[in-house]
Design a protein. Structure first.
Length: 256
């Protein structure tokens, strides 16, 4: 009798412990979703628009001139958090950084901050979803996942270079596959460099665009800065990066 009660008593904590592990698995992703919802509820997204920055650029410029190191560190933290919480402001922040810090410094800081934020989101999604793709989806999708995992660096590099999918989608999607963190970080950092420096360079000419928009009485958008030539250049970079992956996939199919 006592032995049976002892076994039951041991089983209950084990179940509760398993439930605790299940909750902790989703906790990082819950924090990110909560932070995103809180940011929108508090209206913080309005501070990440070109219109707001156009109105505040004089005050921001004065503060940065007097507190350059602090402003740069604050920008790095804000960019990493915005990326981790999936605020749709990466392009705007990169352009504005180019305006205030210069394209070279802005490009370097943004590359590291974006990679840090993206990796945090990737790890949060991976802890929640794990290997759900292999366990829940069909064989055909599983085979596609295997192909992605065999050349994760090449596929991620192409996705980073090509401005096709939103940045946050590419941050989360690899979490559904067995992509090593080192591969994710390196492909992300290298893949975002061209776009990062291009947008930072656009920021160096933002003053004249903002002045023209203010004189015409209209709000400025990123479309006023991004030219078709830049979009074509990104597409060409992605195409070049895809060539080795396509050749490798063709050889594997031919060998099979």
């Amino acid at each position: 009798m006592n032995r049976g009660m002892t076994m039951a008593d041991k089983a209950l904590p084990a179940t509760e412990k398993g439930g605790g592990r299940s909750f902790l698995r989703f906790l990082p992703l819950v924090v990110i979703v909560f932070g995103l919802c809180l940011g929108y509820a508090m209206g913080w997204h309005r501070f990440l628009s070109l219109s707001y920055l156009a109105e505040s650029r004089a005050d921001l410029g004065t503060f940065i001139q007097g507190n350059y190191a602090l402003a740069l560190a604050g920008f790095f933290l804000a960019y990493a958090l915005a990326t981790a919480f999936s605020f749709p402001a990466a392009s705007v922040l990169t352009i504005v950084a180019g305006l205030f810090f210069g394209w070279l410094v802005a490009g370097i800081v943004v590359a590291f901050a974006a990679t840090l934020g993206a990796t945090a989101l990737f790890l949060a999604a991976r802890s929640a979803f794990g290997d759900v793709l292999h366990r829940r989806l069909g064989d055909r999708v599983a085979r596609l996942a295997d192909g992605f995992e065999k050349d994760a660096f090449g596929y991620l590099l192409v996705l980073r270079l090509a401005p096709i999918f939103p940045f946050w989608v590419i941050n989360i999607a690899p979490a559904l596959f067995s992509v090593p963190v080192r591969t994710y970080v390196s492909a992300t950092f290298i893949g975002i460099l061209p776009g990062t420096f291009a947008y930072a360079y656009l920021g160096t000419g933002l003053d004249s665009v903002l002045d023209a928009a203010r004189e015409s009485g209209r709000d400025i958008s990123i479309g006023d800065l991004v030219t078709p030539q830049i979009t074509i250049a990104f597409a060409a970079l992605a195409l070049v990066a895809a060539i080795p992956t396509a050749i490798r996939a063709y050889r594997n199919r031919a060998a099979g």
